[in-house]
Design a protein around this ligand. Sequence first.
Ligand SMILES: Cc1cc2nc3c(=O)[nH]c(=O)nc-3n(C[C@H](O)[C@H](O)[C@H](O)COP(=O)(O)OP(=O)(O)OC[C@H]3O[C@@H](n4cnc5c(N)ncnc54)[C@H](O)[C@@H]3O)c2cc1C
Length: 431
Amino acid sequence: MLLLDEQPRAGGQIYRNVGVDGESRPYLGADYAAGRPLVDALDTPGITAKFGATVWRVEAGPRVVWSRDGASRIQAARHVLLAAGAQERPTPFPGWTLPGVMPAGAAQILMKTSGLLPRDAILAGSGPLIYLIAAQMIDAGAAPRALVETQTPATMLRAARHLPGALRTAGTLARGLGLIRKIGAAGVARHTGASAFRATAQEDGDIVFSFTAKGRTHRLVTPLLLTHQGVVPSTHIGRAAGIGHEWNDAQQAFRPKTDAWGGTDVPGIHVAGDGAGIGGAEAARAAGRLAALDILHRLGRLDEEARDREAAADRAAFDRAMAIRRFLDAAYAPPPEILAPEGDTIVCRCEEIDADGIRGAVKEGAYGPRQLKTATRAGMGPCQGRMCDPTVRGILASCGTTPATPRARSPVKPVKLGELAALASIRETST
Ligand SMILES: Cc1cc2nc3c(=O)[nH]c(=O)nc-3n(C[C@H](O)[C@H](O)[C@H](O)COP(=O)(O)OP(=O)(O)OC[C@H]3O[C@@H](n4cnc5c(N)ncnc54)[C@H](O)[C@@H]3O)c2cc1C
């Protein structure tokens, strides 16, 4: 089996670097350290793991095209399991692209990879991850100055009806409440029901962050504004491979259409983990095992009965982990002003297209992501829409259209022309 991961080391998002730095960064917590056995298990005969290996195309066959050290290869496979994880949802508001404003998850990545601590930061947005990151900052001795949260009593009330289901994962709920208690005990100010985010830069480079909460306008000054509005599945590779996708209204994101095993409508490709729909680490682990069992079955290595027997515990673990999702999705739903910004708020960072530009093109008849791309170039920069697709979709929906799934094309990650040209002379390898 060949595992390709573009990161330099095993661990994915949550267990990033745990194999090397797990013990030296205790503030990342027990849930982080729990990834160590998973990473160690890669050292098993039959598994070849290649890191720094970026997959930029998956095509019929299936075949996987990937790049490492400046050279691309084509790998034929009997089956492909896509597990590209999640990415942070973009958080567009006036000033979100200024230096000194960055995604909270990016700051956490710096904590995990280089022990760099975000000092005197303000965390702004919503979602369970914001509490985890705040708690990790507190334990690291770099407590945030404040948490500015967008969820309102109304969203919490809407979420409350999903509480009975969420109680199946009482442990996860208790962990979340523990994080909120820790934030309170550390004396970190919390503003909830916040809206109308705006960031401007002072002459000394600090950020002036203004927002409205409980009828008052607040202005806070910080060297670092960390934003977060939850995560969405990374679907670029799957969409470029032709897998059918659907809109998930509860999660406000596209997800691949899969069966109960992660099987897709493209022969030979399964999808598992957050890339198939946000469920968190425990759901991702169970979904990965379920997909693996089904792949073994399809390859004739496991009969149906054995597959179903082996899968029982993982199916139960998956259902348990997902039981809290409806509550979380409703409680921490991103607000409309973030999903569909207005005015001169930048939407496409690569091409510097603002919300007015997108709305103007919609008025002139660009009714879908493809037409908008042609009309404005939104999504045509180096990130290929990874940053702006969700916002373009949000604006289209706010203009009364039902946006189609945006197309993705390979290479889904930037590759040098020389690499593409050299591909022709590279022979396929097979797993
Ligand atoms: C920035 C961020 C921080 C997060 N931090 C936490 C946290 O601290 N705790 C928590 O509980 N949850 C966290 N989450 C949520 C968490 O990532 C997921 O619930 C969990 O990691 C899902 O596991 P997964 O295996 O599906 O994806 P991941 O763990 O993200 O693994 C996906 C892997 O695919 C690789 N990959 C993606 N695209 C390519 C490509 N084109 N070529 C090659 N490799 C590729 C990535 O390098 C990554 O290693 C975070 C999410 C984000 C976006």
